[in-house]
Design a protein around this ligand. Sequence first.
Ligand SMILES: C[S@@+](CC[C@H](N)C(=O)[O-])C[C@H]1O[C@@H](n2cnc3c(N)ncnc32)[C@H](O)[C@@H]1O
Length: 243
Amino acid sequence: MSITLPKRLAFEQEGFSLTPDLLREVFVQARPFGHHEDAKTLNLGFGFLYYGLVRVLRPQHVLVIGSGYGFSVVCLALGLKDNGKGQLSFIDPSYSLLKNGPFKTIGGVGFWDDPDRVRAHFRRFGVEELVTHYKKRSDEFFPTYGELGLPPIDVAFIDGSHAYKDVRYDFLQVLARARKNTYIFLHDTNIYIREILQHAGVKKWLATLRRQPELFEIVDFPFSSGVALVRVRQAQAAKQFRP
Ligand SMILES: C[S@@+](CC[C@H](N)C(=O)[O-])C[C@H]1O[C@@H](n2cnc3c(N)ncnc32)[C@H](O)[C@@H]1O
C-alpha cells in the first residue's frame, strides 16, 4: 500500500527547524539546565518532548511561565513554527538572582529586561513572530488575561516561582483557562533537597493532583531536575477540582 503525501509542505520550504546548526545554537544561546540534555550529542533531552508534544497536538495557544534563557520557550515555539500555526505567550518578570535574591528566583539572570534584546534573542531561532513576552509576574499577568483577548490554553509550561503557593496559583490559573485535553508541563519535579527545605513545592503539588485521577492524568519524568506532564481529562475541570 502506498501513502500519498502533499507535494510540498510549508516546513519544507523553510527547512525542518531541528538541524544540527540550530541545535548547537539552542545549547549556546538558550542554555538548557535541568532538562536531561546532553550538549556533546546535541540531545535536547526534555526539549524534544516539548517540541514533539507541540507537533503532535498542533496547539493554537501555548503559555510559558518563567525561563532563564528561553530553552522551554524556544523548543515549544519551534514546534509551532514547524506546524505552521499557533502563538506562544511567555510570562517572566526578568528577575535576577543577584538583584532579587534566592527567594524570588533560582537561575534567573535578568535576561528579559530589554524588549529589543528579547526580540533579537528569539529571532536567532526564527520564532520572534510567534512569541509575545509579558514582563510581569504571573499574578500580575493573569488578571489581565481577558483584556488581552487571549484564547484558551492548549499547552502550558510552568517554571516560574517554585514556592508551593506559587506553583499552586500558576496551575489553578492555567486550569481556569484550559479545555479537555489541555496538557500542562511542570518543571523541577525532582529537586529533592529544595523540596525538603520547602524552597520548592512542585512534587508536593503533583501529589495533590494525584488525589483526583478523574480530572488529571499524570506522567512524571524523574530524570535530571525532572518534568511532569499533566493531561486535563475534563472540560471545566477548574470547577470540579478540590485542591
Ligand atoms: C530560571 S527560571 C526557572 C527556575 C529554575 N528551573 C529553578 O530551578 O528554580 C526562573 C524564572 O522564573 C521567573 N519567575 C520568578 N517568579 C515568577 C513569577 N511569579 N511569575 C513568572 N515568572 C517568574 C524568573 O524571572 C526567572 O527568569
